[in-house]
Design a protein around this ligand. Structure first.
Ligand code: APR
Ligand code: MG
Length: 277
C-alpha cells in the first residue's frame, strides 16, 4: 500500500520545489520569519537559525528573545527584538519558529498555546518547544505545523526510549504523526518526514552533521521556506534535503567529515541551492 511505502526525496524533487526568483521580488514577498530562538544561556542557537533563514531566502528575519542576548552591531543582517519591550504577537511575520535554545519554561508554553488559539498556520516547533509540548501535553497540533525532533526529543514526546525509536524509525515517525497531526521530521541518519499517510526519506546528509548547532540551522531554513509560501510538507522536505546536501558537498570538496561546523552549513548553502536549481 502507498501509505506504507517510503518515498525517496532526492535532488530532482528538490529542484522542483525550490522557490522561483523573479525580477519583481521584494523583501516582503520573500517572507518574514520570526524566530523565537536562543536565550542568555544559548545565544548561538538563535543566531544560527537566523543566518540560515536569511541564506534560505527569507526577506526579513527577526530574532526575538526576552532579555535579548545578541548584539545587533555584530549581527547586522537580521532584526533583533527584546520581548520585554514588545509582545511577539505585535510583530509582523509570515512564519514563526519556536524552540532552539529558547528555554523549557512557561513562556515557551504560553507562546505555543497562543499560536494554537490563533490557529496560526505557519509554525515550526523544534528543540525546547518540543520538550514543552511533551511536558504540557500540547498535542495534537494544527495540521499545517511542522515539528523537527531528533530521536531523543521524539522519545520524550512519545514517552518511549531513544533505543525504541532506533529499532524502527519508520514506525515511530508514523505513530508521531498520528499523535501530533502535523508534519513530523525525524532527524538523524536517514531523515524521515511524515505527513498524513505518507513517509518520505531524505536522500542527502551524512555524519558530518553530527555537531551541535546543525539542527538550529535546519529549523531556520525550514522557517524561511514556510515564510516564502511553501506548503508544510514541501518546506520540510526541501529544507532537509538542502541541509543534508550541504554536508555532502562539504565532504565532496575533500573537507573532512569531522571538521564541519554549523556555520559551515550556512556558508556552503548558497552553492548547494545554486547546484540544485
Ligand atoms: N547522519 C546524518 N545526519 C545527521 C547525523 C548522521 N549521523 N547526525 C546528526 N545529523 C543531522 C540531523 O539529521 C539533524 O539535521 O544533524 C542535525 C542535528 O540536529 P539536532 O540533533 O537537533 O542537534 P542540534 O540542535 O544542532 O544540537 C544542539 O540542541 O536540540 C538540542 O538536544 C539538542 O543538545 C542539542 C542541541
Ligand atoms: Mg536540536
Amino acid at each position: 500500500k502507498k501509505s506504507d511505502s517510503v518515498v525517496n526525496f532526492g535532488r530532482k524533487s528538490a529542484g522542483r520545489l525550490l522557490p522561483a526568483v523573479s525580477t519583481r521580488d521584494n523583501k516582503a514577498r520573500r517572507g518574514r520569519s520570526l524566530l523565537l530562538a536562543g536565550s542568555h544561556n544559548y545565544p548561538g542557537a538563535g543566531v544560527l537559525a537566523a543566518r540560515a533563514a536569511l541564506r534560505m531566502g527569507s526577506g526579513y528575519v527577526i530574532l526575538a528573545q526576552p532579555n535579548i542576548a545578541v548584539s545587533s552591531l555584530e549581527n547586522p543582517d537580521f532584526l533583533l527584538c527584546d520581548l520585554n519591550d514588545k509582545r511577539w504577537e505585535e510583530l509582523k511575520f509570515d512564519a514563526i519558529l519556536v524552540g532552539p535554545g529558547f528555554g523549557v519554561n512557561e513562556f515557551t508554553a504560553s507562546v505555543i498555546r497562543r499560536l494554537k488559539e490563533l490557529q496560526f498556520e505557519k509554525v515550526i516547533l523544534d528543540a525546547d518547544a518540543l520538550t514543552v509540548c511533551a511536558q504540557e501535553n500540547l498535542f495534537p497540533l494544527p495540521r499545517t505545523w511542522i515539528v523537527t525532533p531528533h530521536t531523543g526529543e521524539l522519545a520524550r514526546c512519545l514517552k518511549v526510549t531513544s533505543e525504541d525509536i532506533d529499532q524502527d524509525r519508520e514506525h515511530f515517525v508514523k505513530l508521531a504523526q498520528e499523535k501530533f497531526q502535523c508534519v513530523v521530521l525525524l532527524k538523524g541518519h536517514g531523515t524521515l518526514i511524515r505527513r498524513s499517510a505518507r513517509t518520505y526519506k531524505i536522500l542527502s546528509g551524512n555524519s558530518a552533521l553530527a555537531k551541535a548547532g546543525t539542527g538550529d540551522v535546519l529549523a531556520g531554513m525550514i522557517t524561511a521556506l514556510r515564510a516564502q509560501g511553501l506548503r508544510p510538507a514541501r518546506a520540510a522536505l526541501l529544507g532537509a534535503y538542502l541541509h543534508g546536501a550541504c554536508a555532502d558537498l562539504w565532504v565532496a570538496k575533500g573537507r573532512d567529515s569531522l571538521s564541519l561546523m554549523a556555520s559551515d552549513v550556512i556558508e556552503i548553502l548558497p552553492e548547494v541551492i545554486h547546484r540544485v536549481r
